[in-house]
Every structure is written in C-alpha cells, then in structure tokens.
Design a protein around this ligand. Structure first.
Ligand SMILES: Cc1cc2nc3c(=O)[nH]c(=O)nc-3n(C[C@H](O)[C@H](O)[C@H](O)COP(=O)(O)OP(=O)(O)OC[C@H]3O[C@@H](n4cnc5c(N)ncnc54)[C@H](O)[C@@H]3O)c2cc1C
Length: 393
C-alpha cells in the first residue's frame, strides 16, 4: 500500500489544475485516470483549438441550483490568471466573437502546458488506472484500491467530470462516490447539445440540412442570439446548444429567424411601394430560398403582395419571427458538451471545495452541479475550481 498526501481521480482540466497547485505547495500528489491518455476532452474541445476561457466571465454564465457558488472561485482564479499561464507558455491564441479565446494552433498546447507544469512539480499521473474501492478510515484518511496500486491518502479529490461523451471515458464515477458518502447529487441531463425533432418536423426540415442563420432563440425566459444550424438529425449551432441547457423536455422553443428587422412592417411597406412584387421575391432576398420554400406553401409564395391579405402577411411574419417548434429530445450525452446537475454545491465549501460532511473529500470541475455556457466558461470553471481546491488539499 502506497502512502501519498493527495489522490486526484481524473487527469483532465480540473484534476490537473488541482494537482499542479497542490504539488507547488509540496504535497505528494498522484492523479489516477482510467483513460489511456490525459485530457482527452481538452484535446477534442473547441473543434481542436480549445476555447480555453472568455474575456467576460461572471456567475451569469453558469447554471446551478446555487447560482452564487461560483462567485468565490471565479474571483480567486480568474480568466486573467489563466491567460497569464497561456502567455507564459507563449501559446498563440485569438479572440472570437463574444470574448471567446481559442488557441491559434491546437488544443494540444493547453494540455501540454498542464502536463509540463505537472512534470515540473513532480505530479505522478497514472493512466489506465480504474478505481475499484474507496474507503474512509478516519478523518483525512482514505484507502483507494485501484486495478494497479493501492493507496493511503489524506485528501481525495474527485475530478472525474460529467457524463458527456462516454466514448471519451465519461462515467458516473463522481456521482457514485458522492452517493457512497451520502452527498446529494442533483439529477443529471445533457447540456450544450443539439435537438432532435419529431418525425413530421424532420420531414419538412430535412432538406434544410447545412443552412445556418443568425437568430434569436427563446425558451423559459432565456434567449440567445447566435447561429442556428439545420442538420439532418435536427437543430444545432451555437444558439441551439446554449438554449438546450435551459430547455425542459416537452416544451417548445421560439426562434426569430430575422432578428434585425420587423418583417410585418417590411411586408406592409413593400406591399405599398411595390404591390406587384411576389411574396417569394421579397422573402428570398431576406432568407435562404430552401428555408422559405419549406416554411410557406408555394401557392402563397407565388402571389403578389397586393393579392395577400393583412392576416396572411401577419401569418408570414410570425412564421419567421416567432417560429415555434417542440423538439422531440436532445442528442443526449453522446454529443453533449456538458452535463447539467451533479454534486450539490451546498454540500461543499465554496472556498476549499471540501465536503462539509466528509473531511478530506473534495469535488472539482464538471462533476459538480455547475454548467457553463458555450464560450470557454466550462474550462474556466475547471481552472478556477481546480486551482482553489489545490490550495487546500
Ligand atoms: C466535444 C466537446 C467540446 C468542448 N469544448 C469546450 C470548449 O471549447 N471550451 C470549454 O470551456 N469547454 C468545452 N467543453 C467542456 C469541457 O471539456 C469540460 O467542461 C471540461 O473538460 C471538464 O473538465 P473536468 O476535468 O471536470 O472533467 P473531464 O475533462 O471530463 O475529465 C474527467 C476525467 O476523469 C476521468 N474519469 C472519468 N471516470 C473515471 C473513472 N471511473 N475512473 C478514473 N478516471 C475517470 C476521465 O477519463 C477524464 O480524464 C467541451 C466538451 C466537449 C464534450
């Protein structure tokens, strides 16, 4: 049986950050991960360029049953602190819209930064290591049995992430540990995930695959303005991913496909100035042809504006500006970027991330009931929570 100060389960964003900080304090740290490679999600993130943080981070960008919990950690290890690490490693990066920061070259740069810091501070990373048994012997004394070595440790950090992308090694491990120690876990669901559609909608919309439109998407009093993307399975794109985290199954979403104009006014005024113009001519100027033709019957599209009643114009305007659609479901954890729900924040200290009831047990990163918006917020949470816990484990 090996004796170490800190065992961290999960060699990815939050776990590696916690390991680096704890090791800098002189703690003997071992990180265990069942995967054959550290940081797989970092590597696949941001389309291979890792959206590692955002210039504008606040508690508003996170979803949790305790909306205040993130504030402390986000203010102690900020986006500027992580940017400083990126700059110290001379990693080239750039800003995209909404303050999102991406690597110029590859997500590998971020993972290499973390692995290099681990190496510099003598963090021992054990891959291909599954955990078979966890036992609390006494205050600050745990026994961890793995498929390789067995350990005694003072602090046990669960950084095993959520359920998204099981193919990349996601498991419910962290929730099971919480349950073992009677720590509440909020029900989980897939977030930042595309919607699938009911068959009748799929039939109408399947021809639109590949069309992207800047739109405002609403549900549950939350709205996002970004692109939506029609796919052969349903609806995707950043605005859809964002709203999916606020969507409740069975509810409709409302989409304004022309957020910069008042379509009814436009139809009315054009009808006065150019009564002979056909409805389709006007609409095809504003929206992709395929989309217009899928949404409005050809008989109406072929009419001139003077032939169309005010009621019909209202119908056309609301079709594009208050398009209401009830998703069938989401694509689920297979493609979700995050997991909503998780280990209850109220059970943890927002300063140390230690359980309030089990001394020496910590939870960091996505395993917690904290989910960020699209835009680098999830990694920032991993950096901030991992860094804070690293000061205490
Ligand atoms: C496709 C995709 C793209 C994304 N892009 C971005 C982005 O650009 N920007 C952003 O901010 N966020 C992004 N995210 C979200 C981000 O990747 C996560 O929020 C973040 O990785 C969470 O870090 P974590 O360390 O808490 O957990 P994870 O990164 O999920 O790491 C958990 C680790 O625990 C290990 N583990 C799990 N179960 C066990 C077990 N039973 N035993 C041992 N080890 C175990 C896993 O192998 C893994 O290494 C993306 C997510 C996905 C899926």
């Amino acid at each position: 049986m090996k004796k170490v100060d800190v065992i961290i389960v999960g060699a990815s964003a939050s776990g590696l950050m916690c390991a680096i900080e704890a090791a800098k304090r002189g703690r003997h740290v071992v990180v265990l991960d069942h995967a054959n490679k550290a940081g797989k999600k970092i590597l696949m993130s941001g389309g291979g360029r890792c959206n590692f943080t955002n210039y504008d981070v606040s508690s508003e960008n996170y979803i949790s049953h305790n909306n205040h919990f993130v504030k402390s950690a986000l203010s102690r290890f900020t986006q500027w602190d992580f940017i400083a690490m990126v700059e110290a490693y001379k990693i080239p990066y750039h800003e995209r819209e909404h303050g999102q920061l991406f690597c110029d070259d590859s997500s590998k740069d971020i993972l290499n930064l973390l692995l290099n810091e681990c190496k510099k501070n003598n963090v021992n990373i054990q891959l291909n290591t599954g955990i078979n048994h966890i036992e609390k012997k006494s205050e600050h004394h745990f026994i961890i049995k793995s498929n390789k070595d067995d350990y005694h440790c003072q602090s046990l950090v669960i950084a095993s992430g959520g359920l998204s992308i099981p193919k990349m090694g996601a498991t419910p491990f962290g929730y099971k540990v919480a349950e073992q120690f009677n720590i509440k876990v909020w029900p989980t669901s897939a977030g930042l995930v595309p919607f699938t559609l009911h068959n009748q909608d799929k039939e109408i919309l399947s021809d639109l695959s590949g069309i992207a439109i800047n739109s405002i998407v609403n549900t549950n009093n939350k709205s996002f303005r970004e692109n939506i993307l029609f796919t052969h399975r349903g609806l995707s794109g950043p605005a859809i991913l964002q709203i999916s985290s606020y969507w409740t199954a069975g509810e409709a979403i409302e989409i304004n496909l022309l957020p910069d104009i008042n379509l009814l006014e436009e139809l009315n005024s054009t009808s006065k100035k150019q009564p002979q113009i056909k409805l389709k001519t006007l609409l095809h100027r504003l929206l992709p042809k395929r989309l217009v033709n899928a949404f409005i019957k050809i008989e109406l599209l072929d009419k001139t504006l003077q032939e169309i009643s005010y009621k019909q114009l209202q119908f056309v305007a609301s079709t594009f500006q208050s398009w209401t659609i009830k998703p069938n479901s989401t694509e689920g954890y297979r493609t979700a970027e995050v997991t909503l729900g998780g280990v209850d924040c109220d059970a943890l200290s927002s300063k140390t991330f230690e359980s309030k009831t089990v001394a020496g047990l910590y939870f960091v990163g996505e395993v917690m009931d904290i989910s960020g918006w699209l835009g680098g917020y999830n990694f920032q949470w991993s950096w901030s929570s991992g860094w804070c816990a690293g000061q205490y484990v």
